[in-house]
Design a protein around this ligand. Structure first.
Ligand SMILES: Cc1cc2nc3c(=O)[nH]c(=O)nc-3n(C[C@H](O)[C@H](O)[C@H](O)COP(=O)(O)OP(=O)(O)OC[C@H]3O[C@@H](n4cnc5c(N)ncnc54)[C@H](O)[C@@H]3O)c2cc1C
Length: 426
């Protein structure tokens, strides 16, 4: 369908509210399939390009990275991303813990070499800094004039009816669309307007996030230590750099953020150890209170939710954005197939297919990450023994290790075309 536009009125097939990593990737996927798309974001695009924008870096599964390649984004990302070749998971304690310092002898070790060609991108996953991701996605969207971009723009209201839907912006513009997609994150305005309820609970921890420079090379190894207070991850970035995600009870996290740099680094060294040599901080520290939040459904008439608006999970396994990107691949394919059949982009059967495709996987991941957190974030001796033996068992069995690697790589189950690296509409 062609986009008919006047200064105050645009017409598209799909209006995406939220131009984060999920919304922008979805716009590119729909556009590739010839579906006319608008993306509306409340924040100015430049805000995400600041050198230390929000401090997060994402571990991205190799199947999702393949989607960015199929959408023409990966070439711009490649110079700045760090492939993850190995993952070491250890049940540990801080080095100054009176019950015995340091990691347990039982651990889990994943090596990309074991997967061989199965990991098509030559890595278990990729560490992508949010600022680089947003820059590459914004540039790809800007290079496609058929995508209408509204930012900064706040949505004043949504309307949906049998014949179509519309989005009203605070500035008075109106965007008519066949489908409205909420990709506007955990506090989703779209979800609220659709009256879709969420279930979930807050966790008792805040994640402290920082980027550090270290003396010795990380050799592309990602480390996750399960400490009694919560997970502590050292995630390799380009160069001798790492992103730290460090979960602590809220009051401890607040105290860590208030420390001066020298004292913070001393506390960090107790968890980090000295295997990467001397550490220094690069940029500010950030904090994210953690919670589980799950929408009771992903669709409503002429509307769908994707990404964190549908499911916000614990970052213990680095899967939140990966789930959102899988939503993107499935939703884009369902809508593209519907449009190719001559139906409109908001066709109810396409939306039902999308929900069926993604619902089970999303529920399973939310339950698994919640369960991991309960199992690992404590120091109860029988649980510690059970999890250590479980880790040792998986570590000893090659097929079990390879199964976990393929699942974490996003390459298990019924994959949409984009996750196989195939372009839509090709
Ligand atoms: C500490 C931490 C580490 C993480 N690490 C990983 C990891 O390693 N791997 C991984 O896969 N995931 C990770 N995640 C999860 C990941 O951050 C989220 O899943 C991801 O950011 C969700 O993307 P999104 O586009 O759905 O939402 P968001 O990133 O929240 O983007 C939402 C967008 O919507 C816009 N918006 C909001 N409200 C409105 C409105 N009313 N109108 C218009 N626009 C609006 C916002 O400006 C924003 O641009 C981590 C999370 C945390 C907290």
């Amino acid at each position: 369908m062609a986009a008919l536009s006047t200064p105050n009125h645009a017409r598209v097939d799909a209006a995406i509210i939220g131009g984060g990593p999920v919304g922008l990737t979805l716009a590119l996927a729909l556009d590739q399939a010839g579906v006319e798309t608008a993306v509306i974001d409340a924040a100015p695009p430049q805000a995400a390009l600041a050198p230390h924008f929000d401090g997060r870096a994402f571990a991205i599964a190799y199947a999702n990275y393949r989607m960015w390649r199929a959408l023409g984004v990966a070439d711009a990302l490649d110079p700045d991303v760090q492939p993850i070749k190995k993952i070491m998971v250890t049940d540990g304690r801080p080095l100054n813990d009176r019950r015995g310092a340091g990691p347990s002898l039982l651990h889990l070790f994943f090596d990309q070499g074991e997967l061989g060609d199965a990991a098509g991108e030559g890595a278990l996953g990729f560490m992508v800094e949010n600022r680089h991701l947003r820059r590459a996605l914004e540039a790809a969207v800007a290079a496609r004039p058929s995508i209408r971009r509204f930012a900064p723009a706040r949505v004043a209201g949504l309307e949906r009816g049998a014949a179509g839907a519309s989005v009203r912006l605070e500035g008075g513009e109106e965007i008519a669309a066949s489908l409205i997609i909420g990709a506007d994150g955990r506090k989703s305005f779209v979800r609220e307007q659709l009256r879709i309820r969420t279930i979930g609970w807050p966790y008792k921890v805040t994640a402290v996030v920082a980027t550090v420079q270290h003396e010795k090379p990380h050799d592309a190894v990602a480390h996750e230590f399960f400490l009694p207070s919560g997970p502590f991850a050292i995630l390799p970035l380009k160069g001798n750099r790492a992103n730290i995600v460090w979960a602590e009870p809220h009051a401890v996290a607040a105290a860590l953020l208030a420390l001066d740099e020298e004292d913070f680094l001393a506390e960090l060294a107790l968890r980090f150890g000295d295997f990467l040599g001397a550490l220094s901080l690069e940029g500010p520290r950030f904090s994210y209170p953690l919670s589980l939040q799950f929408a009771e459904k992903m669709i409503a008439p002429r509307a769908a939710l994707a990404g964190d608006s549908a499911h916000g999970i614990h970052p213990i396994a680095g899967q939140g954005l990966n789930m959102g990107l899988k939503d993107v691949a499935a939703l884009a394919e369902c809508v593209a197939d519907s449009v190719a059949l001559g139906l409109d982009a908001g066709d109810a059967s396409a939306l039902e297919r999308y929900q069926r495709w993604r619902r089970f996987d999303n529920v399973a991941m939310a339950v698994a990450t919640d369960g991991f957190d309960r199992l690992f974030s404590n120091d109860i001796p029988p649980l510690r023994l059970a999890r250590d033996l479980g880790m040792a068992a998986v570590n000893a069995i090659g097929p079990a290790r390879r199964y976990f690697m393929r699942t974490a790589g996003g390459a298990a189950g019924d994959l949409p075309k984009l996750l196989k690296g195939e372009a839509l509409g090709a």
